[in-house]
Ligand binder design. Structure first.
Ligand code: HEM
Length: 135
């Protein structure tokens, strides 16, 4: 299985993957929960689950539109005060949940692809920390 098949399976599932992801993030890392104060977490779970398609698309093609989108998203996170240190926590929690989700279908290669994809997305978002990208 590769990253794109993984995303297809996550999206084909009856459960919203992001629901469990954010629950686990909060349970394992209560220090990040204040950032989500006032956020509708059900909406957030759905948006983030769909966002995995953007992660896959950016990883595959680095299209100009996905680059601009991630820069804007980065500026939005910067304005919300999300520190760069939180991104590794976020990524590792995502990898844990994907590993749980796929069970025996999980592999070292798949983990490497997800890790690389998330790190590339993170670095593109951080450009929105250095410079403000508004739309
Ligand atoms: C590569 C990593 C990340 C991705 C791809 C990502 C993606 C997203 C997306 C798609 C949204 C929804 C934006 C919208 O409503 O238009 C969002 C919102 C949000 N993210 Fe992230 N995020 C990442 C990292 C983080 C981290 C590390 C934190 C904090 C621990 C965080 C906290 C938030 C919060 C609090 C919101 C809600 C913003 C609001 O509703 O105003 N994100 N994120």
């Amino acid at each position: 299985m590769d990253l794109h098949e993984s995303i297809q399976l996550v999206h084909a599932s009856e459960m919203v993957f992001g629901e469990r992801f954010y629950q686990q993030l909060a349970a394992k890392h209560p220090e990040v929960t204040p950032f989500f104060a006032g956020v509708n977490m059900h909406r957030q779970a759905i948006i983030f689950t769909m966002q995995l398609a953007v992660v896959g698309a950016y990883y595959q093609r680095h299209s100009p539109t996905s680059q601009q989108y991630l820069q804007v998203l980065g500026t939005q996170h910067h304005r919300r005060g999300i520190p760069k240190e939180a991104y590794a926590i976020f990524r590792d929690c995502l990898l844990d949940e994907l590993r749980q989700f796929h069970g025996d279908d999980w592999s070292d290669e798949l983990e490497q692809q997800w890790r690389a994809a998330m790190d590339e997305v993170t670095h593109k978002m951080w450009e929105g920390y250095e410079e403000r990208f508004h739309v």
